[in-house]
Design a protein around this ligand. Structure first.
Ligand SMILES: [Fe+2]
Ligand SMILES: [Fe+2]
Length: 334
């Protein structure tokens, strides 16, 4: 293979066959024996950029960065190999000052996704909580160190129906919203991000994320689908977390109350307004936002602006007015 004249991908392969990774990732996965691809200038043609038997050097990566290359592509089939190398370097990449905080967040999410999803799918809460704690530490550090631009971050985060994507997105959003609301303690951001990671721990792997977490426009969305067993998941999570001395009372409440509505129409208790812990009310806003934008099976995935319109419609009814307004403003902040 001549690396100076990269071959085009086969005709059956379209851009959707590939996943983009920030250029910075290849400093950590350079030893992976995977083909690396790039998008041509027309943004639709994918070409083989680097064959699997020629890993990147630091000099080459530096040159690509100087030329303005931001992302490269790997095939979906190679993605696990790449992310396992990222996972092996999780704490290092999270602290890597050569990479922007937003890139570090994206890489950390990619790195931890598979192990997180597997631990949940295998009903291993100990492992899930440990991984969540690591991720919460990374998220809180990044959010504490730099102002997040949500409009810029949203397109580069993963969005999908997997439990791990939901947990990691909600943890990130929760930390950002808490920071915007004035939380300055990195320890409290970490505690809050971990509570957000664990909020749906009561869901069982055979179940999808609860469709009733997503507001449907103009309806009392928290009660509409009637999936009774799903309505147990706050209680199940609370019980699971109650057995753990390394989880705080507030984190347990976040799991227990995240489907309560400020107008009293939520569950499991039907608490009203300030009866719901502030962190649970805050979590509820970003939980709904991610559920709307993650594209659950059988539901349209909303764009961020459309999801914000839905949240606004529920402001002060099911969702806390102050926190929802703050989230909407944070998204429009430059
Ligand atoms: Fe939930
Ligand atoms: Fe959730």
């Amino acid at each position: 293979m001549n690396s100076t004249r990269p071959a085009a991908a086969s005709p059956q392969e379209t851009e959707s066959t590939f996943l983009a990774l920030p250029l910075a990732a290849f400093a950590y996965v350079g030893s992976a024996e995977v083909n690396v691809y790039c998008l041509e200038r027309d943004q639709s043609t994918v070409r083989l950029f680097r064959p699997h038997d020629r890993p990147f050097t630091a000099t080459e990566l530096g040159e690509l960065k100087r030329r303005g290359t931001q992302t490269l592509l790997v095939k979906y089939s190679d993605y696990s190999q790449v992310t396992s190398l990222l996972y092996a370097n999780l704490e290092d990449l999270a602290k890597d000052a050569r990479i922007t905080p937003s890139e570090r967040m994206v890489l950390a999410q990619a790195a931890i996704h598979d192990v997180l999803e597997i631990s949940w799918g295998m009903l291993r809460p100990d492992r899930f909580v440990d991984l969540s704690r690591r991720f919460a530490g990374i998220v809180s550090g990044l959010v504490h160190a730099a102002d997040a631009n949500l409009a810029t971050m949203f397109p580069v985060l993963q969005h999908g129906g997997s439990y791990a994507v939901h947990a990691t997105n909600v943890a990130y959003y929760a930390a950002v919203l808490a920071r915007v609301l004035g939380e300055s303690s990195v320890d409290r951001l970490r505690e809050f991000a971990l509570g957000a990671m664990l909020h749906d721990l009561g869901l069982r792997p055979q179940r999808q994320l609860p469709s009733h977490a997503a507001p449907s426009r103009g309806t009392n969305w928290r009660h509409e689908d009637g999936e009774e067993s799903c309505s147990w998941h706050p209680q199940l999570a609370f019980e699971e977390l109650s057995a753990r001395p390394d989880v705080t009372e507030t984190q347990r409440l976040m799991a227990y109350q995240h489907h309560e509505n400020v107008d009293g129409t939520g569950y499991p208790v039907g608490l009203v307004g300030d009866e719901i812990h502030p962190w649970s009310r805050l979590l509820s806003v970003v939980d709904c936002f991610d559920t709307l934008t993650c594209g659950l099976p059988g539901q349209n995935r909303l764009s961020a602006p459309s999801a914000l319109v839905v949240l606004e419609a529920h402001l002060g009814q099911s969702l806390d007015a102050e926190y929802t307004e703050c989230w909407i403003k944070a998204f429009h902040r430059k």
